[in-house]
Design a protein around this ligand. Structure first.
Ligand SMILES: [Zn+2]
Ligand SMILES: [Zn+2]
Length: 462
């Protein structure tokens, strides 16, 4: 029996680990590597295994950095099962199709200049057809439903509280009468986050693989974050402008809508018109509202009371392009939630073009902004920004709300791993190098655990 550490060891994205038992090979996640061009080129390198040799894929959650290379596996011949929590299966329908469209568009764009320079053309990493085929192989399981997926290999998904359907995965391996239990944290959410349950308590394992995105940072207190959002909305109303919220389609958009429903009166939202201007977020929201049995107590109570989610009387869903363009005419009193979350594409760009140069406009940043993106430039206080080739002066007020992360902070991660009472070996993955090392040190020194930071390609004999 072996664990081989492969993806999300040198950084955060491209999550993928390989388990071997009884001559079978199971992948835990098969994520896309994301970042700058040079980094993303790694997605085209061959896997360290032959896709024919894989017996099963187990997927922790829908995010592309965990699921995004599954269509590539299928393109290369993989026809075995892909296991995921039921809601993850539904979100994958949206996410993998979207990812495939992006791959096709990227290749098309790249081939334009390759044609001009008479260079050989490239194929997309994978296509919508590959994504559709991958989705045919996906099998949904409920939380806490233990299933033998291969001889001597069983799995069970436990709620990770990160996005809908997100899971930590328990894996039981048996070979020649010996047994080992591996627990893979997946991405862990914050305790007390909106809509979702807290990460589930798991107490036994021989080996734990844990993420460390915020392995050395603390998030802002939840109540302070709520107050902060309320203040921003009230300032924006006082300034008689629009309020733009760039948000990721899956997770963040639904959380924002849910919070608006919860604090509707307190935030005096009846004075606004709210637009969810993103076809993908609209689709993802439908999935979110279809799984009320996955909500935490507060969300369940709210839903029982209002009977529909989200509870916003003045919410407009803008699917069609014309609906989106119509919003541009509104000068005041619109809250516009649109993607992309980092302002590096999508409909939010058009809204920024129409609002960013106007005094009285407000932009509320609610998610992580990677270096080099327009969102990051706004956060960093650039006075001018380039949008679609034109320079715009930034007169809008930019607010950064830090406390809404979908990832638990160092306190949350420590609390989760502190539940184990079987003295497992802990392997820290899925984090920037410093974050991983700091978290590993903390686990060893403060929590008395046996932790290490595996490197890409490390093989652990169990
Ligand atoms: Zn994630
Ligand atoms: Zn992740």
């Amino acid at each position: 029996m072996q664990i081989e550490f492969y993806g999300a060891t040198s950084g955060i994205t491209g999550s993928c680990h390989i388990l071997r038992a009884n001559g079978q090979l199971v992948l835990l996640d098969c994520g896309l590597i994301q970042g700058r061009r040079e980094i993303e080129a790694k997605n085209r390198e061959p896997f360290p295994f032959s896709p024919d040799d894989i017996s099963a894929v187990v997927l922790s959650h829908g995010h592309i950095d965990h699921s995004g290379r599954i269509p590539l596996l299928v393109r290369q011949g993989y026809r075995g099962p892909i296991y995921a929590q039921n809601a993850t299966c539904d979100l994958c329908e949206i996410l993998l199709q979207d990812s495939a469209s992006l791959q096709e568009r990227d290749a098309e764009y790249e081939n334009k200049w390759r044609k001009r320079k008479k260079k050989p053309l490239i194929e997309p990493l994978y296509t919508r057809k590959d994504a559709r085929q991958a989705l045919e192989h996906i099998t949904g399981l409920r939380y806490r439903e233990k299933r033998e997926i291969l001889p001597g290999i069983s799995i069970c998904f436990q709620d990770a509280g990160h996005i809908l359907g997100s899971s930590s995965v328990e894996v039981w391996l048996e070979e020649d009468g010996r047994a080992q239990k591996i627990v893979f944290s997946g991405d862990l959410g914050q305790y007390d986050s909106p809509i979702l349950n807290d990460p589930a308590v798991i107490q036994s394992a021989d080996h734990v693989l844990i993420e460390s995105t915020y392995g050395n940072r603390h998030h802002r207190d939840r109540q302070k974050t709520i107050d902060e959002i309320g203040d921003i909305i009230s300032t924006a109303r006082h300034d008689r402008g629009n309020l733009l919220i760039p948000a990721f389609s899956i997770g963040r958009s639904q959380e924002i809508l849910y919070l608006m429903g919860t604090y509707y009166d307190e935030w005096e939202l009846d004075r606004w018109e709210v637009f969810l201007d993103s076809p993908m977020a609209i689709k993802a929201s439908k999935v979110y509202w279809e799984y009320p049995h996955l909500y935490d107590e507060d969300a369940t109570r709210l839903r029982r009371k209002v009977r529909e989610m989200p509870h916003l009387r003045n919410l407009h869903l803008s699917s069609a392009t014309e609906d989106s363009m119509a919003i541009n005419k509104i000068q005041s009193g619109a809250i516009i939630i649109a993607g992309s979350g980092m302002c590096n594409g999508g409909r939010i760009i058009h809204h920024l073009k129409h609002n960013i140069w106007r005094k009285g406009s407000h932009v509320m940043i609610v998610g992580y902004q990677a270096y080099g993106t327009l969102g990051r430039k706004l956060v960093d206080g650039h006075e001018q920004v380039k949008i679609h080739g034109d320079m715009y002066r930034v007169h809008a007020k930019i607010h950064t709300v830090g406390g809404l992360s979908a990832h638990g902070d160092v306190g949350d991660l420590s609390r989760w791993v502190g539940n184990f009472n079987s003295d497992p070996a802990v392997h820290v993955v899925h984090g920037e190098p410093q974050s991983k090392q700091d978290f590993c040190d903390r686990l060893n020194q403060q929590l008395g655990l046996r932790a290490d930071v595996p490197q890409e390609g490390d093989v652990l004999e169990l």
